[in-house]
Design a protein around this ligand. Structure first.
Ligand SMILES: [Zn+2]
Length: 358
């Protein structure tokens, strides 16, 4: 998997390619970003670029060295990952790594270590790793992959060159699901909506559950006006509930949850309503299977009403990132969404009264 085959991470890859071209690779990299967006693929591509004999500094993807890297069996590439049943990466694993890196490279000129889930390194393991980074044995290249750098010690982070990986654009997730994973377009669309820009996440979801959830959520949103507080409160509870995670082979520990994807879906719904109100139903992009409902809601709310509701949901998502009380914040959001003229009386950031009523 050479660099050229990785989509959506052009900035991160350009940074690595520049370093390769100038022969100025750092001794250690810290790849930071959500899981399932291409960090590991990029790390393997970097290993190929370093070890390839046919196209040095680029990686051909087909020579023996590249093929061995891609298959995960190149003798000079060491993968360190959490062992099954363990909560994190331990000091013994780092000591093993140190020993392996001290050996002479078998085929290439460098030894490359790939540390997956580096955010799960136990503190003693981090200390051992820091020592390793301070005196790297031979010509070693270390690549640490992490969903965030908050659990890593500062000295450790500062010893690495940081490379940020961004969530993928949803249309790209959708396209990859269809093209590379054989999903039908409707399923791909729904999974992409829930993916938070992570292909890996989209693939771990059960499409049936999410199609059902989406239908329920959209129906509830259309009945907000006139709903009792008890109904709104129940809906709020459902919106903030942690979904039962589908078990994965790797016994993966869920990464730190953000505000919740069900709310992202609410946001996406009002985006579509706004697009429809402004540009007509041809402009609906993601919820194309719900066009009649979107057209109806768009004509009820008008563009300004849709924009107001979008702002309310967006503000709520922001508030939740600041650790607001989830249930209360979402109840408040639903109460506002249920009003005919939402946002009236709000202190700051409120939008003007609708220019045109439906
Ligand atoms: Zn090659």
């Amino acid at each position: 998997m050479p660099f050229a085959a990785i989509q959506g991470q052009e900035r991160a890859i350009a940074l690595l390619q520049r370093a390769l071209a100038r022969d100025r690779l750092a001794h250690a990299y810290l790849f930071i970003g959500p899981s399932g967006i291409g960090k590991k693929r990029t790390a393997y591509a970097l290993a190929q670029a370093v070890l390839c004999n046919v196209q040095p500094r680029t990686g051909c993807g087909t020579c023996t060295a590249c093929a061995l890297v891609a298959a995960g069996v190149h003798p000079d590439v060491i993968l360190l990952a959490r062992e099954p049943g363990k909560q994190g990466l331990g000091i013994d694993q780092v000591r093993d790594l140190q020993r392996l890196l001290g050996l002479r490279p078998v085929q290439g000129e460098k030894k490359i270590a790939l540390l997956d889930d580096a955010h799960l390194l136990h503190p003693p393991a981090q200390s051992a790793l820091l020592k390793l980074l301070e005196e790297p044995p031979g010509d070693a290249l270390l690549i640490l992959l992490t969903v965030n750098s908050a659990t890593l010690s500062r000295p450790l982070v500062s010893r690495c060159q940081q490379v940020r990986f961004r969530p993928l654009p949803l249309p790209l997730v959708e396209a990859l699901l269809v093209r590379e994973h054989g999903k039908d377009p409707a399923t791909a669309r729904t999974l992409a909506l829930y993916s938070q820009g992570s292909l890996g996440r989209a693939l771990s979801l059960d499409p049936k559950v999410f199609i059902e959830e989406r239908r329920y959520l959209e129906e509830e949103l259309q009945q907000l006006a006139g709903a009792s507080f008890a109904t709104l409160s129940r809906f709020a509870e459902w919106l903030v509930a942690d979904r039962v995670k589908k078990p994965t082979k790797t016994n993966e520990i869920p990464e730190n949850r953000t505000a919740g994807d069900r709310l992202e879906l609410v946001l996406s719904w009002y985006e579509e309503v706004l697009r429809c109100a402004l540009l007509g139903q041809e402009a609906v992009r993601r919820h194309t299977d719900r066009i009649p409902a979107i057209v109806r809601t768009a004509s009820e709310l008008g563009a300004m009403g849709a924009l107001q509701r979008l702002t309310i949901v967006y503000d709520t998502l922001q508030a939740l990132q600041r650790n607001a009380n989830r249930q209360l914040a979402v109840e408040d959001m639903l109460l506002q969404l249920a009003q005919r003229e939402p946002g009236s009386g709000r202190k700051s950031g409120s939008l003007p009264v609708p220019l045109s009523s439906p």
